[in-house]
Design a protein around this ligand. Sequence first.
Ligand SMILES: O=C(O)CCC(=O)C(=O)O
Ligand SMILES: [Fe+2]
Length: 349
Amino acid sequence: MATEVPTVKIPIVDISGYLTGDQAAKKACAAEVRDAYENQGFLQIVGHSVSPDIQARFLAAVTAFFKLPLEAKKRIAQDNSPCYRGYERIAGQKLDELDDNATEDQKEGFSIRPERPLGRFLAGPNQWPDPSLPGMSTFRETYMEYFDAVHSLSKNVFRLIALSLDLDEKHFDEFAADPDGICLCRSHHYPPTPKDATGRTRGVGAHTDFGALTLLLQDTVGGLEVLHKPTGTWHAVPPIEGAYVCNIGDLMQRWTNDRYRSTMHRVISPLSNTDRYSCAFFNDGKLDQIVEALPGCVPEGEKAKYGPLKVEDHCIKRYQQSYGAGGTVIEAPVKTKMESMITTQQVVA
Ligand SMILES: O=C(O)CCC(=O)C(=O)O
Ligand SMILES: [Fe+2]
């Protein structure tokens, strides 16, 4: 029997009222966040604090970077970094939790994190392109300016999440604002593929993000899709200029005792003549944080589904599971039995 394809709309939440401190707006935003994360696990944020100017300069800088000759990009390859920073080549990862025969992801990436002395997990230096290369003279400054702006937004989104769970607004402050916390700003370039190319669906294979919070800026091309788990159908996350697609990862799902959802998503490669650019900012918080069911997330009379877990242990495990032989990040947890059973029916608009 054919599966009926449901309408799945990703909620758009205007957080400008929240940011100005209006009490009624704060409450209303928190309710929308709760609704989104209890259901589809994704929302889009508008009315935020990241200016269109820095977004535009950042996307221009990223575009110029990916246009550099491959040789120049390979000089700062992530494979050479002890702490997962730098350039990831096209097809450097193969990822699809739902398809054992998946082809390699048709995207290239560039990652930076805050710099800390080598030692602790993920600490170390970034790798930057030579500023004398075309369009690269202010790349580093622009990238860091963007990083700081989105990092700041992520701290406010954690406050909103706290309110949405009826916790003190500052509940996650120490976790989300830890100067040594795990944050990653990874930009992506999805090259166009011919209309008849096999494997065109492989911009990024189906996966869940493994950390706490992701804020994704996408250009206007589109291609990001989320899975509606009950029906196994895929649904577009339509690009909204300047908005942040905002989803939680597996760590947050566990922290909320599965009340909030870490949703599977993927990217379909763009068609001929269209390059797609996006940037994911991950705030996975404080390494020493112990994650165990938050107050209000365990129904009365029930036990928490998971025991305590240190963020550092979770991240080390997931990075180890996620790195292929070439040392490229794959944000994929091990496939669960349930997820293996999902039929992936693509919805064609
Ligand atoms: O580029 C996108 O739209 C999504 C990328 C993504 O899912 C990720 O980096 O985890
Ligand atoms: Fe993702």
